[in-house]
Ligand binder design. Structure first.
Ligand code: CP
Length: 320
């Protein structure tokens, strides 16, 4: 594996999940694989889970890890070509990425969208330049349009906790006070759409009108504006806010109540509730659900390690 960026980078989802669960059963089984190899984790935005779980995964594979907080510790980065750098930017991504590639065998990059320039965000301009100029395999730690380590984790978690062969999985839009990226729901939809094609789940998206995701990520997926219709018989409810794709980065007032509570979950098949975290309690998801028996959020976050370890293992095997 040379890059891990989207669902297209994993062919057989069942095999990948089983491999991740095998790593979970024996975390240090491949502790020699990463010996004398260096992972560099580059953050242009904050992180708790992605940072720590990917570091832990690398350590369990025997790797050395370096973390670079570009937003706080790096030189202000220029990403456009052909500009005279006489403003606030100090270092071009051409040199910055190339230099980091000299120090590391594998790199990870987190880079959120601007939510202002749809074209630059959806062409993954910055991420693609980083891949092009660093010259080593790259793991997405969340890009402008996708969060594949999160989605692989989510599939692992659903597989572990399902009580029926082919569970009904609902992606449910949730309220928020800020404009959030579409990366997590895009990615979840991409991965669950692929899981549905491979016969692993039945997948439905529920969101208010105006919050349609890009069709690129929802091909062949059932979409409804009726939360209760989606929740009926659901085995898993994946709660997430996102801003408008069409009216890019905008937030509309929503009159109906989209907050998931114990009451709304009564119509499900005792659904397990997931959220990628961080979550705003009683705004995005009710505290009673987060603290109750429906919640999988901590187990889900814990599984981030095994998704990262699977991806790093496959990349290390490819380096040899
Ligand atoms: N879910 C997730 O990616 O968490 P962090 O932003 O804390 O890494």
């Amino acid at each position: 594996m040379q890059k891990f960026f989207s669902a297209a980078d994993i062919d057989n989802l069942s095999e990948a999940v089983q491999e991740a669960l095998t790593l979970k059963a024996n975390p240090r089984a491949h502790a020699e694989l990463g010996k004398h190899k260096t992972l560099g984790l580059v953050f242009l935005n904050p992180s708790l889970r992605t940072r720590l779980s990917t570091q832990k995964a690398a350590i369990q594979l025997g790797m050395d890890v370096m973390v670079m907080n570009m937003d706080k510790d790096g030189w202000a980065l220029e990403t456009q070509d052909g500009v005279v750098m006489n403003g606030t930017t100090v270092e071009h991504i051409r040199e910055a990425a190339a230099v980091m590639g000299e120090y590391c065998d594998i790199l990870g990059l987190r880079s959120f969208p601007s939510l202002k320039d749809k074209e630059a965000d959806y062409t993954e301009d910055l991420f693609n330049k980083f891949i092009k100029f660093c010259g080593v395999p790259v793991v997405s730690l969340e890009s402008a349009t996708r969060h594949p380590l999160q989605s692989l984790t989510d599939l692992i978690t659903i597989t572990e906790h399902k009580t029926v062969d082919k569970p009904k999985v609902v992606l449910a839009w949730a309220p928020h006070v800020k404009a959030l990226p579409q990366a997590v729901p895009n990615s979840f939809s991409e991965w669950m759409g692929k899981a549905q094609q491979q016969g692993l789940v039945d997948f439905v998206i529920a969101h208010p009108k105006g919050y349609e995701l890009s069709q690129e990520f929802t091909e062949g997926v059932n979409i409804t504006h009726d939360l209760n219709e989606a929740l009926a018989g659901a085995d898993f409810v994946y709660v997430k806010n996102w801003s408008s794709f069409e009216d890019y980065g905008k937030v509309y007032p929503v009159e109906e109540d989209w907050l998931i509570t114990n009451k709304t979950l009564e119509q499900t098949n005792a659904a397990k509730v997931m959220h990628c975290l961080p979550v705003r309690r009683d705004l995005e998801l009710s505290a009673e659900v987060l603290d109750g028996p429906h919640s999988l959020v901590i187990k889900e976050a814990s599984n981030r390690v095994w998704a990262a370890q699977l991806v790093l293992k496959r990349m290390l095997e490819n380096l040899k």
